[in-house]
Design a protein around this ligand. Sequence first.
Ligand code: UD1
Length: 417
Amino acid sequence: MDKIIVKGGHRLCGNVKISGAKNAALPIIIASLLNDGWNTFHNVPQLMDIESTKLLLENLGAQVETSGHTVRVNAAGLSRHEAPYDLVRKMRASILVLGPLLARLKKTRVSLPGGCAIGARPINLHLKGLEHLGAKIGLEHGYVEAAAQELIGNEIYFDMPSVTGTENLMMAAVLAKGETVLRNAAREPEITALAQVLCMMGAKIKGAGTSIITIYGVDSLAPVTATIIPDRIEAGTFMAAAAITGGDVTLTDCRPDHVGGIIHKLKMTGADITVSGNTIHIVGPERIGSVDLKTLPYPGFPTDMQAQFMVLMSVARGLSIISETIFENRFIHVSELRRMGADITVSGNTAMVKGVPLLSGAPVMATDLRASASLILAGLAAANTTEINRVYHLDRGYEALVEKFSGLGANIRRVKN
Ligand code: UD1
């Protein structure tokens, strides 16, 4: 397995282009299952999760073509209704095929994704919502089996806003009969992006981006050409890297309006941030100031940036309290950061971080995507060399990460192990 070696102490400077958003690309590519014909998507990031999605679609009978950052999908040949364990276990977001397959084929069988490193992550809200649309749901041998003679619009209330839950239900409801109202829906930009693509296909959706989404079912949808929005978590990760190295970095091709919560917090640490059109310019402070943080559904501070922010706080002047309210087990990076000299105490869903002047490089290992990114940030700021193992997590969700950091002047390389 490859590893990444980082020699800390280099100030990051220069421009970095932000790639298409993984979490927008996944549901949008999967939405191709809802029509017959060639859909074309531009600005698709080159990631393992995208490869897993393409395999899954091909396995269902769709045709997929890729050229650079353009992916074309044609689901006219959709012939199978099952998403097998081997494909789903590689990527939890495979559960997103549930809604479209049910809408198109009236039956589906999708492997349960199971737990993952950042918590139990149930799918009860997806299933309850589909039941409200008239589906009969069963759980057999680790698979969700869902069937419906026809899907009929209904009121669906989310006990808590779920991103993929909202996406799954939106994709099921677009071809249902009548009106569906999703209440307490997730408001993430990826939801709005998916709704826009579905509307381009001919769906009738109102209120995406708010907590009440209304969907008027239509008989069929047409293929589209669409461009994937920029990745707000990648943007946040590079901003945090600029801040922690006292760097001077310009992010291009991003959506500053999607990272307002992150910019707000980074400014409070002393970073100087200016926004102009689709670029963000960030100059890191001499020493990071400490800030408290609570993760919340969008537009609150994203849980997917919590680990990176914790690294910042681990070298800040003073004490900060970080509360994780979305996932119950999302402090797995703490023990690795401690090995690098961070002073962090965890109690329940709260971490108390006492900033130290300098982290020290160490061999570390991460167990999820964003935790891996946080360890790279720690390595960039640490004395000496940090060796990050299990980098396949990073391949799942960050495009050309090593190349992008190198381009900004980091001393970073990937080695075959
Ligand atoms: C998505 C993102 C992930 C991000 C997360 C939260 C994708 C592919 N992934 O994950 O990067 O970290 O949003 O912003 O877009 N829950 C239930 N029952 C359900 C569904 C969710 O209890 O049926 C709970 C979860 O355990 C969690 C909370 O709801 O506590 C939010 O999770 P959710 O928004 O569903 O996360 P994902 O969509 O899996």
